[in-house]
Write a protein that binds this ligand. Structure first.
Ligand SMILES: *Cc1c(COP(=O)(O)O)cnc(C)c1O
Length: 218
């Protein structure tokens, strides 16, 4: 699928859901993609990208930022506390705030650095053991804790279990966000972004549909 095809599918899904055109932000997930593919998408004018590892983002994006104006980088993968400072110096948004210790570390660093990226709390909607994220039953308390730390929480993020109907997870995430007064919903990937828009997604994280399959070795 080309970038323009995906953009027109997003526009169609926005219209079908009765949502204003342009209300959904497309984050192009460039993890483990060759630089020439990323550069091609930048050359088409796209500026919002996602990476899931701090180290890879640090290796790749300073150069692209020097070459292309207005890049916005989102960290969408798990964040270790010892990488939090580097992440906060590098990215514009973090989608994986998922535990009190990380929230506390980000709050302390925000004081020190004088700025804080936009933040999303990752919710483990499927309560999967191998997956990061706060459990749905603990989400309200965690949102309150983050607010108590003065963190700029913009919304919630989820990655539905692969073998389950994604809609159920999108609906659950939307419900938790709504009762907590959070406007942002980071949900929807290559296989289900139209469905996510129907359930209120504000940020889509789309990788392989834009860039092609990632190489299996990575
Ligand atoms: C890789 C990744 C995506 C993109 O997945 P695709 O299926 O390639 O669109 C989205 N979100 C997260 C957290 C990811 O790690």
């Amino acid at each position: 699928m080309s970038l323009s095809e995906i953009k027109s599918r997003i526009a169609a899904a926005e219209a079908a859901a009765g949502r204003p055109s342009g209300s959904v932000e497309l984050i192009a997930v460039s993890k483990v993609q060759p630089n020439d593919r990323v550069a091609a998408v930048l050359e088409k004018g796209h500026r919002v990208f996602g990476e899931n590892r701090v180290q890879e983002a640090a290796a790749k994006w300073p150069d692209f930022r020097a070459r292309f104006e207005g890049v916005q980088l989102h960290l969408i993968g798990p964040l270790q506390t010892n990488k939090a400072r580097q992440a906060m110096e590098l990215v514009d948004a973090i989608h994986s705030v998922d535990r009190p210790k990380l929230a506390q570390t980000i709050a302390r660093l925000a004081q020190e650095l004088g700025h804080c990226p936009r933040l999303f709390i990752q919710v483990n909607t499927g309560a999967e053991e191998q997956k990061a994220g706060i459990l749905p039953g603990e989400a309200d308390a965690f949102v309150a804790e983050c607010r108590g730390l003065d963190l700029p929480i913009e919304g919630l993020m989820c990655i539905p279990p692969v073998e389950e109907e994604a809609s159920l997870h999108f609906a659950l995430l939307a419900k938790i966000a709504e009762r907590n007064g959070l406007a942002g919903l980071s949900m929807g990937m290559s296989g289900d972004f139209e469905k996510a828009i129907a359930f209120g997604a504000t940020h889509l994280r789309v990788g392989s549909a834009i860039f092609g399959e990632r190489s299996p070795s990575a």
